[in-house]
Design a protein around this ligand. Structure first.
Ligand SMILES: Cc1cc2nc3c(=O)[nH]c(=O)nc-3n(C[C@H](O)[C@H](O)[C@H](O)COP(=O)(O)OP(=O)(O)OC[C@H]3O[C@@H](n4cnc5c(N)ncnc54)[C@H](O)[C@@H]3O)c2cc1C
Length: 463
């Protein structure tokens, strides 16, 4: 498009045509960026498969499959409104800008995200778009409260959850965004196509990672789960075998569900408050990462840890062959389902960092490879919370895997479900099978002695 000879002012162009760039907000309902874009006569609902993200996700088959399903669902919804999802692939900022120029758009609407990479690519887009006299408007929608909406006195972000949560509960909320009544694409635009999984990765998804992606599946799950289990959430959430948590995290991660709408909906129902508190934890970690993007890969609060370089122990942990039944059940659940119960996440993360003295980054990377809900803010900062390098550096946060197993899987059913070699053992021994029983069942001896490993952890030299 020849900008010099463009007869329309940017404001007039934005009334005529806008770009809605979907990122981690793959939904129609309560989507502030989409609602704003829908004020234009024509809208390009765009998703760019970002080459840089695809390169990082190349072996993340579970999450890629979930993403593609979510894009198909979004496309269906947009078609129902008269539009379609326009799909492009390439370098994110130049591809968005090219699409905007091609459509004669005056405005680009996008949800603001928190990772360092997301902030950089958005800044790059804003710079390039300004040169082309196209406006870029950043919207909320990834979290309930925008990072920075509440701040501690004199600081950029809260470091302790409880004071954050107190303020979070009372902070004003944005009004829900109305879904568009209709989407009209600019004439002649080619929607492109959503690729097949095999075009993005050579890896195959976990056999049981059958959680369907997308807003429709997310809403169905939300209503079903809340109807059946919300009132008992607090009592059952730590019961490993009961598996009563919502499993909504993948939908929240990709924005198939609006966290603000979920919190508003469930918060008012019986049993909703403890659930909404967990959504506040999600917001908490997002505001930490927004203020300290380097914490995605560096210790938030470095202690000079000298981590062990033990590839054999790391491989045993990854494969669920540590000889600690609850740890192995967790690691095998992760590989089989692309999901891991929160209690099990804490137990296996503590085992890797405190018992095996292996760097939390190794564990976080393995989680991101498998988790459907893999999320930089929640994953890296929860790992640091367990490792003791995070905002709340409690050095005594050590989980004894045998005691945790007995307490949170008292009947042993969680272990039986994921460690079939041990399925015939009674509850009395399943969390600590005798050596002869292990040998007979082909189950490994403990990789380390927990108490000796913890004593060594406490003695380990720090830089
Ligand atoms: C080492 C480790 C790594 C983790 N990695 C991730 C990750 O990559 N992505 C992710 O979404 N969560 C992560 N969590 C947090 C938590 O384990 C998951 O959100 C939760 O298990 C998802 O299951 P659910 O949807 O059934 O949770 P529910 O118990 O039903 O909770 C509802 C929602 O609250 C949020 N939530 C719950 N607990 C936490 C928490 N501790 N921190 C932040 N948000 C929370 C999630 O969005 C979750 O979907 C991690 C926790 C640990 C200890």
């Amino acid at each position: 498009m020849d900008l010099v000879n463009d007869p329309l002012s940017p404001a007039a162009r934005s009334l005529t045509c806008s770009i809605m760039v979907f990122t981690r907000d793959l939904r129609i309902a309560d989507n502030p960026a989409l609602a704003a874009a829908a004020g234009s006569a024509r809208v390009v609902p765009l998703f760019v498969l970002d080459d840089a993200v695809l390169a990082r996700w190349r072996d993340h088959a579970n999450r890629l499959a979930f993403l593609l399903e979510s894009l198909h669902d979004l496309d269906q919804s947009l078609r129902g409104l008269g539009g379609a999802l326009v799909v492009r692939r390439g370098e994110w900022a130049p591809t968005v800008l090219r699409t905007a120029l091609g459509a004669g758009a005056g405005q680009i609407h996008v949800a603001e995200d928190v990772s360092g990479y997301a902030a950089r690519r958005l800044a790059r887009l804003a710079d390039a778009a300004a040169g082309a006299r196209i406006g870029v408007t950043r919207h909320p929608g990834i979290t309930v409260l925008r990072p920075g909406a509440i701040r501690p006195p004199g600081g950029a972000a809260y470091q302790i959850f409880t004071p954050y949560y107190r303020r979070w509960l009372d902070a004003p909320r944005r009004p829900p965004a109305a879904p568009p009544a209709r989407i009209t694409l600019p004439g002649g635009i080619d929607p492109g196509r959503i690729p097949q999984l095999g075009e993005l990765t050579a890896a195959t998804p976990s056999a049981a990672a059958d959680t369907a992606g997308g807003e429709s599946a997310g809403r169905a799950r939300l209503q079903r789960w809340a109807g059946d289990h919300l009132d008992a959430y607090d009592a059952a959430r730590d019961d490993l075998a009961a598996d009563r948590t919502s499993r909504l995290a993948p939908y929240l991660h990709l924005g198939c569900l609006s966290p603000a709408a979920v919190a508003a909906d469930l918060g008012g129902r019986r049993g909703g408050a403890p659930f909404v508190r967990q959504i506040a934890w999600r917001d908490f970690f997002h505001q930490v990462l927004a203020a300290r993007p380097d914490a995605a890969s560096r210790d938030y609060r470095g202690r000079g840890d000298r981590w062990a370089d033990d590839t054999g122990a790391l491989a045993a942990w990854q494969a669920g062959q540590t000889g600690y039944p609850v740890v192995d059940a967790g690691m095998r659940q992760l590989a089989a389902e692309g999901f891991l119960h929160n209690r099990a996440r804490m137990i296996v993360a503590s085992f890797l960092t405190k018992d095996l003295h292996i760097d939390w980054r190794q564990g976080a990377a393995h989680f991101l490879r498998y988790l459907l809900d893999g999320d930089i803010a929640c994953n890296q900062l929860n790992w640091q919370w367990v490792a003791g390098t995070g905002t709340d550096a409690n050095p005594h946060r050590i989980f004894n895997p045998t005691l945790q197993g007995r307490r949170f899987d008292p009947a042993g059913d969680y272990v039986r479900r994921y460690v079939p070699e041990l399925s015939g053992l009674p509850a009395s021994v399943i969390h600590q099978p005798p050596a002869a029983v292990r040998e007979a069942l082909g189950y490994p001896p403990p990789l380390v002695d927990h108490h000796a490993a913890i004593a060594e952890y406490r003695r380990r030299p720090r830089r």
